[in-house]
Design a protein around this ligand. Structure first.
Ligand code: PXL
Length: 263
């Protein structure tokens, strides 16, 4: 039987927990066939990012087209895009060719605080990419940047979702993990708010959490699940990745993408 094929468009993480490597591990864990478009290379380990180099937009375009003309892609996760010219390339190909669900994780800063997408890139993404896709998954600092609002309370989270939705008309999953009091995620698709509570997993080994959430949601959407069910199952997957995470390296260790095998 042929597997369901999905794609990640993201940056390479040499440490293996986030980005392309984390997404491919997530896809494998969930039984879908992962393909990848590399937008940038980061040199990093559990302590942080040493350097970042964007990939020539022509090579980004060729990767995308090579995959799309040969594989029946049923879902796309978009992560680190780095610069406006890379985003422009991706938007022009996606506009022409894509009919499957796309999930965008608008990564702006790494967990160690290094900027991995420029401010102009974030603004361009909001204007040109967000309106084309099925879900965007900002965390609170990214949402503050995108909406120019300070988010401290649950009420602030709800108002920021409404504000961003008015601009992009695309469902938003606002990740509440940065809130100390109640780390719940909120999905807003223009009508109702859906709350996704999860037990707070206290661990230092959380590198790759955001990537695994967006790529697991993509894998479930590609398998035909509804948006709400895909978010619910993605959260369940990531909560366990954190619960079984590894104390590797001296900084933030990686989550365990293969917790189902208890490896
Ligand atoms: O978690 C955000 C992220 C996404 N993509 C790449 C990263 C990181 C964080 O370090 O390195 C390539």
């Amino acid at each position: 039987m042929k597997p369901i094929c999905v794609m990640t468009v993201a940056g390479s993480d040499s440490g293996g927990g986030a980005g392309i490597q984390g997404d491919l591990k997530t896809f494998s864990a969930l039984g879908v066939y992962g393909t990848s478009v590399i937008t940038a290379v980061t040199a990093q380990n559990t302590m942080g990012i040493r350097s970042v180099q964007g990939i020539d937009p022509k090579i980004v375009k060729d990767q995308l087209e090579s995959i799309l003309e040969d594989f029946p892609i049923a879902g796309i996760k978009v992560g680190m895009l780095h610069t406006v010219s890379i985003i422009e390339t991706i938007v022009s190909v996606l506009k022409e060719r894509i009919t499957c669900p796309i999930v965008v994780d608008p990564v702006m800063l790494s967990s160690s605080g290094t900027s991995i997408t420029t401010d102009e890139g974030m603004d361009f993404m909001k204007r040109e990419l967000f309106p084309l896709v099925q879900l965007v998954t900002p965390n609170i600092p990214e949402m503050e940047y995108l909406t120019h609002q300070v988010i401290q309370s649950e009420e602030d989270m709800l108002r920021s979702c409404e504000g961003l939705y008015d601009d992009i008309h695309t469902p938003i999953l606002l990740k509440g993990g940065h809130r100390k009091d109640k780390p719940c995620d909120i999905l807003y698709e223009g009508e109702a708010f859906h709350y996704f509570d999860s037990s707070f997993i206290k661990t230092h080994n959380d590198h790759g959490t955001g990537c695994a959430l967006s790529s697991s949601i993509t894998a479930y959407l590609a398998q035909g699940e509804t948006l709400i069910k895909s978010v619910e199952m993605g959260k369940h997957y990531v909560t366990n990745c954190l619960a079984y995470s590894y104390p590797l390296g001296t900084g933030h260790g990686p989550i365990n993408h293969f917790w189902m095998d208890k490896r």
